[in-house]
Write a protein that binds this ligand. Structure first.
Ligand SMILES: [Zn+2]
Ligand SMILES: [Zn+2]
Length: 492
């Protein structure tokens, strides 16, 4: 549109000269131009000086423009002020929220859209599905699937793949599979979503099997999925074979992510020396993610010596990433080296690092989603939840459960640490779920961080004692807790 900012300024001069004679299309183009150059204030000023602001398209341009500039709240102000909206206004607002990672807000807008009986167009559905996938909002995602069926909207590559991804991420790998099988025009991304989904659910063999049945050439992402499946399934040999075949058989050059998968594969299996060798064999500089995989393996296998070395490299490379400090501190704590735990904590304080608080979201169905933060006291039912958790803890202790506070970062006394692990966000969500859902029904939770060891063993027991299936999606994978066991086979 405007090749340079200079041309835009020139156009503005002409517009100012002509004032009221210029039609709305020109004004829109001008506003859009400003927003494309990130000139939000100029755009707003121009908008306010427009003689006629009745055109919906102008408002829509403001909404998508401000969203694009990362100012979704301002976009929302425009959205709320609109007297009349069309589907584009709604979709622009939904997309704006999704780009900013505000998935709950995106779904809220979608709800409102349904209430006002605005029929969503096909192109907005994948965006809403990605919000559902992120929140684990299964019912809402299903609603979209039904809506598409009822309105004979064809499941093309994009929409079908979004559905596969949503079902997989909402814990229904069976429904993901159903959609995948029915899709007539599968794209490589469809295969990737299905393989990645199986990997997340710990179905390594099925992921590899599906990979071998691909009728189009896999790409880089496919290999990340299938190698992850091997890593989480403990299939070391298979993973190495696939990695070695990438270039030769498929013409896909291994990238740093694939090396990362191999480091993870070996590290998880306890082959730490081999994993370290792979790190030093990488043709480019290893990324923090690669070192992170190695550090994770050190934590899992209690290797303090290597963990300390890798941890220090990571703190140099990513001094602002709180997760690295937590992991290193966990390694020290597991070895009972409290002095070093204190040092890591001091370093964090000096550098002003804040940890990402653990957050869990529970989906009650019917579009009702509740969010809990570690140590949360803000939920209206907070008293009942803590009371429930006290009861749960007692029942678990009768079954032989002992709290494992080794992953609490602080050097506080044992009793306080025990209290701290019972305030983890997923425990709060489970407590809430036990109170607010019918006996025997499945509890679905999405967590932003990795599940800690204490929550993992407590949840296994809860699934048995309370006869509940509990599905927890953590930062990277799925845990299906059933009858006292987890689908990850304690390998996560
Ligand atoms: Zn925990
Ligand atoms: Zn698990």
């Amino acid at each position: 549109m405007y090749a340079s900012f200079g041309r835009l300024v020139e156009a503005r001069r002409i517009l100012d000269d002509k004032g009221g004679e210029v039609d709305a299309v020109c004004w829109n183009a001008m506003i859009d131009g400003y927003l494309r150059f990130g000139e939000v204030e100029a755009a707003r000023e121009l908008f306010e000086s427009m003689p006629d602001r009745s055109m919906i398209s102008t408002w829509n341009a403001m909404i998508s423009g401000f969203s694009r500039c990362g100012m979704v709240e301002v976009a929302r102000e425009f959205f709320d002020e609109m007297k009349e909206r069309d589907e584009i206004s709604w979709s622009a607002m939904i997309d704006g929220y999704i780009q900013e990672g505000c998935f709950m807000e995106a779904l809220e807008i979608f709800h409102q859209m349904q209430k006002e009986k605005i029929r969503p167009r096909k192109f907005v559905l994948p965006s809403v599905l990605s919000a559902c996938a992120n929140l684990g909002a299964l019912d809402q995602g299903r609603w979209i699937h039904t809506y598409a069926k009822r309105n004979s909207i064809q499941l093309d590559g994009v929409l079908g793949t979004s559905l596969v991804d949503m079902y997989a991420k909402c814990g229904r790998i069976d429904l993901a599979w159903e959609v995948f099988e029915k899709m007539s025009n599968k794209e490589v991304s469809s295969w990737n979503a299905m393989i990645g989904g199986l990997a997340m659910h710990g179905r390594a063999e099925d992921a590899i099997d599906l990979f071998s049945k691909m009728d189009i050439n896999p790409n880089e992402i496919t290999f990340v999925g299938v190698l992850n499946a091997c890593a989480h399934g403990g299939l070391v040999q298979k993973g190495l074979t696939i990695f070695n075949s990438m270039r030769k058989e498929y013409g896909v050059e291994p990238q740093i992510e694939h090396y990362g998968c191999i480091v993870d594969l070996l590290g998880r299996a306890g082959l730490l020396t081999e994993a370290e060798k792979v790190v030093s064999s990488i043709p480019t500089e290893p990324t923090p993610a690669v070192w992170g995989a190695l550090l994770g393996a050190c934590r899992k296998h209690g290797n303090v010596e290597l963990g300390e070395r890798v941890g220090k490299i990571l703190l140099e490379l990513e001094p602002q990433n709180s997760g690295r400090y937590t992991l290193l501190s966990n390694i020290y704590a597991k070895a009972g080296r409290w002095e070093e735990v204190g040092e890591v904590r001091k370093l964090m304080k000096e550098r002003g690092i804040k940890t990402t608080p653990g957050t869990s979201i529970i989906d009650l169905g019917r579009g009702e989603v509740h969010k809990f933060i570690i140590g949360d006291g803000s939920h209206p039912q907070v008293k009942d939840i803590y009371q429930m958790l006290d009861k749960v803890k007692e029942r678990l202790q009768m079954e032989g459960y002992e709290p494992d506070p080794s992953q609490v970062l602080f050097d506080i006394d044992e009793e306080e640490k025990e209290t701290a692990v019972w305030q983890h966000s997923e425990k709060l969500a489970i407590g809430f779920g036990l109170i607010n859902t019918s006996p025997g029904t499945t509890i679905r939770i999405v967590k932003n961080l990795r599940v800690c060891e204490d929550c993992h063993s407590a949840t296994k027991l809860i699934s048995q004692v309370y006869n509940r299936e509990i599905i927890v999606r953590d930062r990277i994978r799925y845990h299906h807790f059933r009858n006292g066991a987890c689908s990850c086979k304690d390998f996560w």
